[in-house]
Design a protein around this ligand. Sequence first.
Ligand SMILES: Cc1cc2nc3c(=O)[nH]c(=O)nc-3n(C[C@H](O)[C@H](O)[C@H](O)COP(=O)(O)OP(=O)(O)OC[C@H]3O[C@@H](n4cnc5c(N)ncnc54)[C@H](O)[C@@H]3O)c2cc1C
Length: 308
Amino acid sequence: MSGPAQRSAPSPVVSQTGARVERQPLSRYTTLGVGGEAQVWTVADHAQLAEAMSAPYRILGGGSNLVVADGGLSERVIRLGGQFAATDLTPDPALSTPEQLVTGWVGGGVPLPGLLRRLQRLGYSNLEGTVGIPAQLGGAIWMNAGTRFGEAFDGLHSLEIASPEGTRTVTPFDLPWGYRDSGIPRNHIVTRARLKLRRSSPEAVQERMDAADLARKGQPKNRTPGCAFKNPTLPNGDRPGGQRLSAGKLFDEAGLKGSRVGHAMIAPEHANFIVNLGGASAADVHALLDLMRERVGVPLELEYELWP
Ligand SMILES: Cc1cc2nc3c(=O)[nH]c(=O)nc-3n(C[C@H](O)[C@H](O)[C@H](O)COP(=O)(O)OP(=O)(O)OC[C@H]3O[C@@H](n4cnc5c(N)ncnc54)[C@H](O)[C@@H]3O)c2cc1C
């Protein structure tokens, strides 16, 4: 009996140092669910990471801020596993007081939502303002992700950063960090961090998480990389102090809610979110971004990161 030949996916190979190397669609790793293929290196320790960084690469976190091209990427894509995905929340007795504590190392590849759940159960405070951000710890630190309730750098004691030049440990005082920016150069990899936390109670931490969560009510439930554009500022003459306008409100007023290109849509719930209705391409998303730029008469800065 003859039938169509079965095409099997190429199996992963193991690099010299033991990293898992596999050609994979990046749609699998992005919250938008879009993106062509790349060679994905999953690294478990520093030897594997050093080998992975020996050719052009990008570092992938939770994929929650990315629009990856349909044609994929020529660079290696590094994912943090093994020791970079381990969590040690044991307070360091030398650095901790009855009120404040400094934890052991938490890997840059640890998903932030699960980490926040563990911190809440322990009654450890300082990071709960980042609840609802679907990042990995390393990605959240690299962007200094946050909300009006708090940001990643609120709970940071020190961090380890790897690059092809080597690995160094720094504290926030060593970095020019600011609003949604850590000051860490691109492709310098946050491999792990020690957290600086305040001892509180599970109930009090939960209460603050609920407040931050409430502010997300009404955000779309479909696959998305979150907000598309930063809230624009206007020159001082137009608004006192160069205040920021709401990008979502501008797109809403331009009648863009529900606009579709292919299988991508500007969310009816929030006009600054682009969602994947199922089967969207990066080209669909780019067309919507162009439409948003065209229809709003102020210069806009993209929040999404476009790969490449
Ligand atoms: C539903 C939704 C809600 C969101 N809400 C918010 C919000 O309230 N506030 C907010 O700030 N953001 C928000 N975001 C955006 C996004 O979650 C953040 O920008 C987050 O910091 C991205 O982290 P990531 O681990 O997913 O990184 P990725 O999207 O994988 O990568 C983003 C950038 O970080 C770099 N990076 C990733 N990991 C590392 C690492 N270990 N070391 C160095 N660089 C690294 C990547 O190379 C890339 O340049 C939201 C996104 C979604 C989908």
